[in-house]
Design a protein around this ligand. Structure first.
Ligand SMILES: Cc1cc2nc3c(=O)[nH]c(=O)nc-3n(C[C@H](O)[C@H](O)[C@H](O)COP(=O)(O)OP(=O)(O)OC[C@H]3O[C@@H](n4cnc5c(N)ncnc54)[C@H](O)[C@@H]3O)c2cc1C
Length: 263
């Protein structure tokens, strides 16, 4: 019989990151959690959703209030119970001999980047972070990343924080500099597509996170299937090469009913 780790623990702390994202620290050291993995957070009677792990101790998630389940998760208060299963999915891997990595986050994509940069720093690997958002108020985790990265570069569409433009204005020169050993990115798929393509052209190893609507999170229901792969167990972390080979990656997005549409 398949068995999945299931936990109910107290919310330790809730931090308001911006107008729609809250970070929730949970009274749990999820020792086997790795950067890039996710947990399935369950709100009884409402639903369950995958959330990236932002740190293992205390177990941390950051949730954008976009709909039914996320709206309930961010309304949890300190001291209340939160239930979840995990950790699930593939983690980021670091090529042997890596000295400097580039971590790139768009929206809540910065969440696993903090966990990754924190862990790699403990191994003596230097991180440079690029964080992108539509406007200054969409940027989260800037200060948090500053604690674990050598440098944090911001970009906004309107220039209200950091350089004006999308993340590529900072990312392209860094990838082309020859000083980056590996690139990791999580965020909107068209952003990851642009980064994966730039890395492929420069022969720089790159990993992305392929997120699809997930129901079970453990490879049973098939709702996150793409071209014979399951985003929950063959991903979410994939090499740029594997992601670029997917027919949908960067080209189509899915709604909650699994209907695939062009961007
Ligand atoms: C591996 C993984 C990691 C994730 N990590 C985070 C995280 O760290 N923080 C975070 O806030 N969210 C994260 N998400 C997204 C999260 O799981 C939910 O999809 C999101 O919170 C919306 O759920 P909801 O019930 O609030 O919205 P719903 O009420 O279900 O939907 C609101 C709207 O968004 C659309 N929608 C919702 N989810 C998806 C989806 N996955 N694909 C396509 N359309 C969708 C619906 O069609 C609807 O229009 C992650 C998703 C995956 C797959």
């Amino acid at each position: 019989m398949l068995q999945f780790p299931f936990f109910t623990n107290k919310v330790l702390k809730v931090v308001e990151e911006n107008y729609r994202v809250k970070t929730i620290e949970i009274d749990h050291d999820l020792k086997n959690a790795r950067p890039g993995q996710f947990i399935m957070v369950w709100i009884p009677g409402v639903g369950e959703r995958p959330m990236s792990i932002g740190n293992s101790d205390p177990l941390t998630i950051s949730v954008a209030n976009v709909g039914t389940v996320s709206g309930k998760i961010i309304s949890l208060k300190e001291g209340e119970n939160i239930s979840y299963r995990g950790p699930f999915g593939k983690e980021f891997t670091i090529p042997k001999g890596t000295k400097r990595i580039l971590v790139i986050g768009g929206g809540y994509g910065v969440v696993p980047m903090f966990f990754l940069a924190r862990e790699t720093r403990e191994k003596g690997i230097e991180s440079i972070a690029v964080v992108g958002g539509r406007t200054e108020k969409d940027i989260i985790y800037g200060k948090r990343l500053g604690r674990v990265c050598k440098e944090v570069l911001l970009t906004t569409d309107d220039g209200s924080a950091g350089k004006k433009g999308n993340v590529m204005v900072e990312v392209t020169p860094l990838i082309e500099s020859g000083k980056i050993d590996a690139v990791y990115c999580v965020g909107p798929e068209r952003m990851m597509y642009a980064i994966a393509t730039a890395c492929k052209n420069q022969n720089v190893p790159c990993q992305v996170s392929v997120e699809r609507y997930m129901k079970c999170g453990v490879g049973i229901c098939g709702s996150c299937a793409i071209d014979g792969k399951l985003a929950c167990i063959d991903g979410p972390v994939m090499s740029a090469k594997d992601a670029l080979a997917l027919s949908e990656f960067g080209k189509k997005h899915r709604d909650a009913c699994g209907i695939s549409k062009d961007y």
